[in-house]
Design a protein around this ligand. Structure first.
Ligand code: NAP
Ligand code: GLV
Length: 306
């Protein structure tokens, strides 16, 4: 079996070594133009030429959860496209989102500023019931995040395409229930895949429907959010602020207003990182399962976009 590795912005050698160790009977090589055709590919944002040269590929393994960049390419006609299925990401995402929600709810930013100014000051405790958290997307990551938030006794709501039965999470489904979901939400967490249906979903008319004093946490993709609409709603006082991990252009350009906005916290697309060892183990297991004709989880449906 031959495996071709083509991941931009990724140090190849440790991945190649790890994949060779996990699949000792396979030949695992870094792709270069004109390389012999492979059976499977391990990729992150490969060039179109990678697929144009290899229409025979049977499996394409994305080393991330989101496949929006991959699905923009013309893919090999018979290939099964597989995303990372957690592989250590959901616990990181739960940490990040709970931290952002709690930091906002408990006003830790305000305490940090007070302490820097040498001020010993108390803030009035806020009512948890007045901070319903709505999670958009209840997939591998969203479900873990929603359950983690419920542990802290926030009222938790979730919105997805199909309705869910998750303990402690009030489920809303489909476009028909979006308005009810938004109206019942104060802190909005975006964990949707980026698809034609979800691009720009965090825009003026949707964010305006959040409860007054609302807060936005975007950890999915930058193109879910219309940047200027968020700033307008924060500056008007309807929203209290935002924590943003993903941006339309990454790295976030230095002249972008998000950097300096006092009510916006920025992190550099780091909420849930790809963990190499976990990912290699998962991909190797799936390649072996496919070779045995067994079913695997994490298969992408290109038509629905995730
Ligand atoms: P997933 O398992 O595919 O889950 C996607 C969820 O979104 C599902 O619940 C799905 O509904 C829902 N959904 C999709 N389209 C929808 C629509 N039009 N309306 C309502 N709900 C819709 O994805 P995941 O693994 O949780 O990851 C989510 C996203 O997180 C990824 O696509 C990626 O962009 C982002 N991500 C970011 C980072 C980071 O470091 N910032 C790391 C990893 C992933 P159904 O359940 O009904 O299908
Ligand atoms: C990261 O953003 C991913 O999609 O895994």
């Amino acid at each position: 079996m031959r495996i071709s590795f083509c991941c931009t912005d990724t140090k190849a050698e440790p991945w190649l070594q790890g994949l060779r160790a996990a699949l000792p009977d396979a030949s695992v090589e870094l792709w270069s133009a004109g390389a012999p055709p492979a059976d499977h590919a391990v990729v992150w944002a490969p060039p179109q030429a990678f697929f144009d040269e290899q229409p025979q590929l049977k499996g394409v393994f994305n080393i991330g959860a989101g496949v929006d960049a991959l699905l923009k390419l013309r893919l090999p006609p018979l290939a099964t496209v597989v995303r990372l299925d957690d592989a250590g990401m959901s616990v990181q995402m739960a940490e990040y989102v709970c931290h952002a929600v709690i930091r906002h709810f408990r006003e830790f930013g305000g305490y940090e500023a007070d302490v820097k100014a040498g001020k010993w000051s108390y803030r009035k405790p806020r009512a948890r019931a007045a901070f319903p958290v709505g999670v958009m997307g209840l997939g591998v990551l969203g479900e873990r995040v929603a359950k983690a938030l419920a542990q802290f006794e926030f009222p938790v709501l979730g919105w997805s395409r199909s309705s869910k039965a998750i303990a402690g999470v009030r489920s809303f489904a489909g476009a028909a229930q979006l308005a009810d979901f938004l109206a019942a939400t104060k802190v909005l967490v975006c964990l949707l895949p980026l698809t034609p249906d979800t691009r720009d979903i965090l825009r003026f008319d949707t964010l305006s429907q959040l409860q007054p004093g609302g807060y936005v946490i975007n950890v999915a993709r930058g193109s879910h959010l219309v940047d200027e609409d968020l700033i307008a709603l924060i500056d008007s006082g309807h929203l209290a602020g935002a924590t943003l991990d993903v941006f339309r252009t990454e790295p976030l350009p230095l002249d972008h207003p998000f950097w300096q906005h006092p009510k916006i916290t920025v992190t550099p697309h780091t909420s849930a990182r790809t963990l190499r060892d976990e990912s290699i183990a998962q991909i190797a297991d799936k390649i072996m399962a496919l070779a045995r004709g067994q079913p695997i989880a994490g298969i992408v449906e290109p038509v629905r976009g995730y």
